[in-house]
Design a protein around this ligand. Structure first.
Ligand SMILES: NC(=O)C[C@H](N)C(=O)O
Length: 478
């Protein structure tokens, strides 16, 4: 009896295993035929059975019977683990090579990696000679090192995380404005105005002979924009709440860790705004909502930064507000030896900004009501003699200094005209005066440097490490 049942059992077992094999071969064929093209992030969610994944090899571990690969396509920080039979190994399968892998997604026994792809086929799409490839497997390259390789640095974990965060922050900022009734305006890149009046302009001219009549191309001097503010003010006169988010340019001869010749600025202009508090509230809200979304949706990428690149960094969205006059008092009372003067009327320099942020407990600090003469012609006069101030505000943040600047705009025709007359710009800005002649309203706006915002959130020391292709004096690589 026992013998018979053992025999029956072994027959049944053999049949079952034959069926299993047939089933698996069938399943594999099916998967190969029906494999779905997946991004690594989708494959990691394990929703599909048969998968076709393309990306770049981040690690290769050949073993006796198997070969293990990690493939990344930029869709997430995590790479997908690939397990393949050793016979699929190929000498061209190296760190950095581009591959296409087809196979079956399976649950993985490893906690950190919920699924892995059992490869049926691996195709090397683009080889990568590991000897010449400037990145080495398993090595953490410094931001300074990868900065020298602007065409390749997006292949590193740190920089691809940064660029995903940058993309999410961009979307978050657009969402904030969309959800709060702002209209997006594409302000021009080429303009004939120097909004800030600081003269840090790049002039635009064609590279060849300009026009047949030998005039300059636009017939007036034209520049790359330093700020979209004045164009936004035009639009705020019709849409009430407008914003722009695009590249701006400053011909500042600086190689500092906070300056770029081309940077992205988030600018908003809000009609019917009568107090600086209303303005700082919007700045705070933009900062808070973008930061909360980035921290929630890019948790892994942010964590990578805070663990390996900028350890110990924390971002605090809750800030303080002090007036310029209080700021000067604080600087006077400090025992610090400053290089630049700290008298009332002097501009706050980086050393002062740093000190003020530290003094206020390393949180964002709004400094309000600057001396009138320090601010451009558009800033609203507080008419508060003898200490004459303008309703302007700067937001200073830890590690970065000035992140954002804004003001109420002078909406009173006579005051604005007088000021423009004094600086000889009355004719140039006649169109701007029209905005005050025809339905002028109290309004205000601000500009927030997007790269400085990223520096602040991630704790990145050098602004060149938060923009895909940095441009600064003596450097325009690629
Ligand atoms: N839109 C703004 O208020 C920014 C300001 N015009 C600046 O460039 O600093």
């Amino acid at each position: 009896m026992f013998q018979t049942s053992a025999k029956t059992f072994s027959v049944l077992a053999a049949t079952a295993s034959a069926y299993r094999r047939v089933f698996l071969v069938g399943l594999r064929r099916y998967c190969k035929k029906t494999s779905t093209k997946l991004r690594v992030s989708e494959a990691l969610s394990g929703a599909q059975l048969g998968a076709d994944v393309k990306g770049w090899v981040r690690s290769v571990r050949p073993q006796k019977n198997n070969i293990f690969l990690h493939v990344n396509d930029g869709s997430s920080l995590q790479s997908l683990q690939i397990v393949a039979d050793a016979k699929l190994n190929d000498p061209l399968l190296t760190f950095g090579s581009a591959v296409e892998v087809t196979g079956i997604l399976k649950k993985s026994p490893h906690q950190k990696q919920p699924v892995e792809l059992e490869a049926e086929q691996i195709r090397v799409v683009g080889e990568c000679n590991p000897v010449n490839f400037p990145f080495k497997i398993k090595k953490r390259h410094s931001l300074e090192y990868i900065r020298q390789l602007p065409h390749l640095r997006c292949r590193t974990n740190a920089f691809s995380s940064l660029l995903r965060i940058r993309s999410e922050a961009t979307a978050a900022i657009h969402s904030y404005f969309k959800n709060n009734g702002f209209v997006q305006i594409h302000t021009p890149i080429i303009t004939s105005n120097d909004c800030e009046g600081a003269g840090e302009l790049f002039q635009v001219e064609p590279s060849g002979p300009a026009t047949v009549d030998d005039e300059s191309f636009f017939s007036v001097p034209a520049f790359l924009t330093v700020s979209g503010q004045l164009h936004l003010e035009v639009m705020a006169g019709a849409f009430s709440r407008v914003y722009t988010f695009g590249p701006t340019f400053r011909a500042e001869n600086s190689q500092s860790r906070r300056h770029l010749a081309e940077f992205f600025m988030v600018e908003a202009e809000i009609s019917f705004t009568e107090s600086l508090e209303d303005l700082t509230k919007v700045i705070e809200d933009v900062f808070r909502s973008a930061t909360e979304r980035v921290l929630a949706r890019c948790a892994e990428d942010v964590d990578l930064f805070h663990r390996h690149v900028t350890p110990g960094h924390r971002v605090s969205p809750d800030g303080r507000s002090i007036s310029y006059t209080e700021a000067i008092d604080i600087l006077h009372r400090s025992s610090e030896k400053f290089t630049f003067p700290t008298d009332w009327g002097c501009d706050l320099m980086t050393e002062h900004e740093k000190y003020l942020v530290k003094h206020c407990g390393n949180v964002p600090v709004f400094v309000t009501n600057y001396p009138y003469d320090l601010k451009p012609f558009y800033a609203r006069d507080n008419q508060d003699h003898p200490k004459h101030t303008a309703a302007a505000v700067d937001l200073l943040v830890p590690g970065v200094g000035e992140l954002c600047g804004g003001s109420l705009r002078e909406e009173r025709l006579n005051l604005l005209m007088d000021r423009l007359k004094r600086v000889g710009l009355e004719d140039t800005y006649n169109w701007y005066l029209d905005l005050r002649r025809f339905g002028s309203v109290p309004h205000g706006g601000f500009g927030l440097g997007f790269e400085r915002y990223l520096q602040c959130v991630l704790g990145v020391d050098n602004i060149k490490d938060v923009i895909p292709f940095p441009r600064f004096s003596h450097s325009c690589l690629l």
